[in-house]
Design a protein around this ligand. Structure first.
Ligand code: FCB
Length: 445
């Protein structure tokens, strides 16, 4: 596999999924601390209270990254550590953790890519309306300013949001993720405020930092399940719902007309959108973060919900999440982004898979399925680059097994195994494979 000059390989994590230490050094509750305490909300009653204890073990984890030869690290900053109530002065102990982390990365020659929001809204802001309240967008801009002032040049790239689709629809329509709301009109307000807060943070970061700024979207290729005309129409609708509802405003400054009309008709007026918002949302970004896991096949479902579409049972091979494995769809997706939105620099900010890993033997976990998954998907990225897509980074999800949101600790995505009883880290074969790929690619540069 050949990657373009300057291409970087890394891994990604998110604060609530790895840090633990939820009540230390002034951190207040996030909506995930609240949600994990709702009976039945998370598999096995798991919480992020301890997670991978990364808050205390970050030096060891950074050493591990250095040993694997990782060139870049995408992590997220916990808003409730930095600004426990989501407003007001910075919490020095909270921001110091990230200052040390960023310095530790620099010492090891690893690039720091910081995500400002990976789903852990301060509970205090949820209590005043959460993302459904327009004021939260101003709070987010203020938080972005505090972080940029404190971490300054230590951060090589900023990502405003991670996967606003998930926050919007899994958090506010299906209710399976925090804050567990089930209401379409609320969700559409949330989506708009997430996008607006991206634009406001972008403005703030531009004033305070010279580092490139982007946003991470989870993109889900939506294909018709059959050759029937109504399935094709339904697939186009779900493409709007998953992808264009976020891509279009960020990259073209307008919501897609077909979905606007559908939502107006089937949900209600988009009352959150005010004059001037779309200019803020559509201001140029430096790169697009793409999280890719799997494509869906779509069938028309007349009368079902605002979208009148449903996704078909996926066909094997599947991961432990039940997600289909389809690297070719990533190649196609990257070409599609370029075709529809132009030549924007792209970072694959997440890609990876959960499998039922065996127990470690002789100091390693054999995970051939994950090796094959990474091999296939990195190959797809390399092919897209050869086809002219300006893709510059790849972050495997994830460095460590971690708290997989509503599925708890049962689903393991790490290239490094975590034994949650001892907090011992054991590399999987995929980590060693990735290390070798990075070494070989670097030698070719
Ligand atoms: C993505 C999330 C990430 C992780 C992976 C498996 O949707 O951004 O935190 O949970 O899925």
């Amino acid at each position: 596999m050949d990657f373009p000059p300057g291409f970087r390989f890394g891994t990604a994590t998110a604060a609530y999924q790895v840090e633990g230490a939820v009540h230390e050094d002034g951190r207040a509750d996030s909506i995930w601390d609240t949600f994990t305490r709702v009976p039945g909300a998370v598999a096995n009653g798991d919480t992020g209270d301890v997670a991978c204890d990364h808050y205390h073990r970050w030096r060891e984890d950074l050493d591990l990254m250095a040993e694997l030869g990782l060139e870049s690290y995408r992590f997220s900053i916990a808003w409730p550590r930095v600004q426990p109530d989501g407003r007001g002065a910075v919490n020095p102990a909270g921001i110091d953790f990230y200052r040390r982390l960023v310095e530790g990365l620099a010492e090891r020659g690893i690039e720091a890519v910081a995500t400002l929001y990976h789903w852990d809204l301060p509970q205090a802001l949820q209590d005043t309306g959460g993302w459904a309240a327009r004021d939260t967008t101003e709070r987010f801009a203020e938080y972005a300013a505090l972080v940029a002032d404190a971490l300054g040049d230590g951060v090589a790239q900023w990502i405003t949001h991670n996967e606003p689709w998930v926050v919007t629809f899994l958090g506010h329509v299906e209710g399976v993720m925090a804050p567990g709301v089930r209401d379409w009109p609320t969700a559409l307000r949330v989506a708009h405020h997430l996008l607006l807060s991206h634009g406001r943070a972008l403005e703030v970061l531009r004033e305070r930092s010279s580092a490139p700024v982007g946003i991470t979207l989870n993109l889900t290729p939506a294909r018709p399940a059959s050759t029937a005309e109504d399935d094709a129409v339904a697939a186009r609708r779900l493409d709007g719902y998953f992808n264009r509802w976020f891509l279009d405003p960020v990259l073209t400054g307008a919501y897609p007309a077909d979905l606007l009309e559908r939502y107006r008709e089937h949900v209600g007026p988009l009352d959150a959108v005010r004059d001037g918002d779309l200019e803020v949302i559509g201001a140029p970004i430096d790169f697009l973060g793409v999280n890719y896991y799997f494509p869906v096949a779509v069938r028309a479902a007349p009368g079902e919900g605002p979208l009148e579409a449903r996704t078909a049972e996926p066909s094997p091979p599947l991961t432990a999440m039940g997600w289909p494995i389809d690297p070719a769809a990533l190649h196609e997706l990257l070409l599609r982004v370029r075709r529809d939105y132009g030549d924007i620099p792209i970072a694959i900010t997440e890609n990876g898979a959960a499998f039922e890993d065996p127990a470690p033997a002789e100091g390693v976990v054999e995970d051939p399925d994950r090796v094959a998954f990474l091999d296939g998907h990195l190959g797809a990225v390399a092919r897209a680059a050869a086809d002219g897509v300006d893709v510059r980074r790849y972050f495997a999800w994830s460095l460590l097994d971690n708290f997989e949101w509503h599925l708890g600790y049962a689903k393991r995505f790490g290239i490094v195994r975590v034994d949650y009883e001892t907090q011992q880290r054991v590399p999987k074969r995929s980590a060693l494979w990735y290390r070798d790929l990075i070494r070989i690619s670097r030698a070719k540069r």
